[in-house]
Every structure is written in C-alpha cells, then in structure tokens.
Design a protein around this ligand. Structure first.
Ligand SMILES: NC(=O)c1ccc[n+]([C@@H]2O[C@H](COP(=O)([O-])OP(=O)(O)OC[C@H]3O[C@@H](n4cnc5c(N)ncnc54)[C@H](OP(=O)(O)O)[C@@H]3O)[C@@H](O)[C@H]2O)c1
Length: 306
C-alpha cells in the first residue's frame, strides 16, 4: 500500500511517500481501506520525536474514515463493505496510508450523509472536544465558557457543542477567522492580536484552552471563583493554577465506539457541522505538516487518500 511515513525523526522533509506492507487483521481487528485521514497537532510532535516509537519505518496519523476490507477472527459486528470512521489506539500511528488495521471495538459506522473527508476531520477533534466540554468541564446550560483558539479543529467542535448544550461562548481568534467562528455559533469574539483577553473577559464558569503556552497560563484570570479550566495543549498534565479558588483539568481522551457514535448523532441532528477543510494528497504530507506546525489556518487539514 502507499503511505506517508518516516524512517527517522526530524523536520517535514523526513516525511516520505512510498510503499509499506499491507496490514493484516489480527483477532478482534478490521482492516480499513482509508478514504480520508486527518492531520492533528500530535502528528508533527510524533514526527520530531516527542513521542518515541520503537520501530521505523512507520506511517503517521491517528484518525481516518474508510471502508472495511478485511475482518479478523471474533469480529461479529462489522463486515467487509461497511463504511466506518475512528481514531487509532493511543500510541498507535498509521492513518496516513491506504490501509490501516484497527481494533473493531474502537471504530463506528459512518453515517451515509457524512463524507469520508468530514468524518476524518471530526473524529479526534470530536472525541477531544466532547471529553473536555462534557466529561471534564461538565458544562451546563446558561454557563459562560471561554474557548481559546476558536478557529482550530478541536475548538470549532467545542464551540458548537457548548452552544448545543445551552452555554454562552466567548472565543479567541485572529481577525481573518472572525466570520468563521461566528458561523460556528460563538457569541463573543476576541481578536487576540488586537485585544488582551484578560482585559475584556471576566467571571467565566469555564475555560477550554486549545492554544497552550502563555495563553493557557493566563486563562485562569478570567474564571469566577469556583470556575474550572481544561487544557489540551499543555502536555500530559494540566498547568498549575496561579490561584487556589479554581480547578485546572487535563481531559483524558479515550478511544471507544460510543463517543464516535455520539459524534455521528451530533452531525445527523445538525448540532455539529464539519470544520473548514484544506485537502492534501498523501504525497503532499510535508506541505500539510508545514502548515500544521504554523498553527495558523482554519479548521482541519485532511488527506484525500482515495
Ligand atoms: N488527545 C489530545 O489531548 C489532543 C487531541 C487533539 C488535539 N490536541 C492538541 O490540542 C491543540 C489544538 O489542536 P487543533 O488541531 O484543534 O488546532 P491547532 O492546529 O493546534 O491550532 C490551529 C488554530 O489555533 C489558532 N491559534 C493559534 N494561536 C492562537 C492564539 N494565540 N489565540 C487563539 N487562537 C490561536 C489558529 O487560529 P488563527 O489562524 O486565527 O490564529 C488555528 O485555527 C494542539 O496542541 C493539539 O496537539 C490534543
């Protein structure tokens, strides 16, 4: 099969396009013929060696959408020809490829109306946003949340989900993406290049930070006493709050069929629509990574594989 893979850690130039062996479905697994796979911030962190793998070469990539082409022993709930989407097991890479083997229990049926490109774009972003907004922050109707980095993939899902739950949403973005985040439902938009969010936002019930660094560290300032903040761009641990009357949380982002089915339901009900997508071929993986590392684009970067 064709894949975008690396044989050593390094910059975007280490990404190669070429042949890797076809995967085989082990017991409990399916092989999926990948139609689309998305780029996540984690992918370039894997590429530079922040998450060590043991065996080169390997294809990068975590979420995918495609069609089941082989079924391993003891899989009785999926069959060849089923359209599915999902996210590889934590620590497993490999979705930038024409085929991927994955545990059947962590993929879900893709709604017919949802294109593969959009399903791949919604998979890991959806799992992450739902974990943060619903399971970790436990956002309630009528609450106000500041979502940092509104034009990104995870934040775009989070804005829509928070609105669906009945919350008021403030978000930060560059001026170029103001209309985009307004279209996702944001009530108040702060151009982070023009305005310091700590000077105009106060008394929030919750913060969801997808930017990290200094933005994460300063986010505690906008919380009311008793408020909570969730962080996904500050490493494996939540940053320590600089005040003792708020809670700092790191959402766990698991892999399972049920939350993928919830993504499908949110899409089918119209509560969440797919992000803006920029399409690439697998042979253009280095270009996609250069843009991903820049962290200034809108929505998701997605490989159209078939
Ligand atoms: N399982 C997990 O824990 C998990 C899962 C997924 C993602 N993540 C992490 O979550 C983070 C977000 O990922 P992502 O894919 O949604 O987005 P991303 O690709 O990391 O970020 C892109 C977005 O960030 C915005 N942005 C950049 N600097 C900003 C700033 N100072 N203030 C506000 N917005 C800013 C950009 O908007 P502008 O162009 O308007 O600047 C752009 O739309 C990454 O660090 C990623 O590794 C973690």
């Amino acid at each position: 099969m064709k894949a975008a893979f690396i044989e050593r850690y390094g910059g975007p130039e280490v990404l190669q396009y070429g042949d890797l062996p076809d995967p085989v479905a082990a017991p409990g697994e399916v092989v999926v013929d990948v139609h689309a796979a998305s780029v996540n911030g984690a992918d370039w962190k894997v590429r530079v060696g922040q998450y060590k793998q043991t065996k080169f070469p390997f294809a990068l990539g975590r979420d995918f959408s495609g069609v089941v082409s082989a079924v391993g022993a003891s899989v009785d709930d999926l069959k060849a020809g089923d359209a599915v989407f999902g996210v590889l097991e934590a620590g497993q890479e490999g979705a930038y490829a024409e085929k991927v083997a994955v545990k059947a229990a962590i993929v879900a049926n893709k709604p017919d109306a949802l294109p593969h490109v959009d399903a791949a774009a919604l998979a890991l972003t959806g799992l992450t946003a739902m974990s943060a907004i619903e399971d970790t922050l436990k956002l309630k109707p009528g609450e106000t949340i500041l979502i940092q980095g509104g034009a990104g993939g995870v934040a775009g899902f989070a804005i829509q989900l928070a609105k669906h739950l009945g919350a008021r949403v403030i978000t930060t973005t560059s001026a170029a993406n103001r209309d985009y985040v307004r279209g996702l439902g944001a009530d108040e938009i702060i151009d982070y290049n023009a305005t310091d969010f700590t000077e105009v936002v106060t008394g929030c019930d919750a913060v969801f930070d997808t930017v990290g660094g200094d933005v994460a560290a300063r986010s505690f300032a906008v919380l009311r006493p008793g408020g909570r903040a969730a962080f996904i761009a500050s490493g494996a641990q939540a940053p320590k709050a600089d005040r003792d009357d708020v809670t700092s949380l790191r959402p766990p982002v698991g892999r399972a069929r049920r939350p993928l089915e919830r993504i499908a339901q949110l899409y089918q009900s119209g509560a969440v629509r797919p992000p803006a997508v920029k399409l690439y071929r697998l042979s253009e993986a280095a270009d996609a990574h250069r843009l991903s590392v820049s962290r200034h684009f809108r929505g998701k970067l997605v490989f159209q594989v078939r």
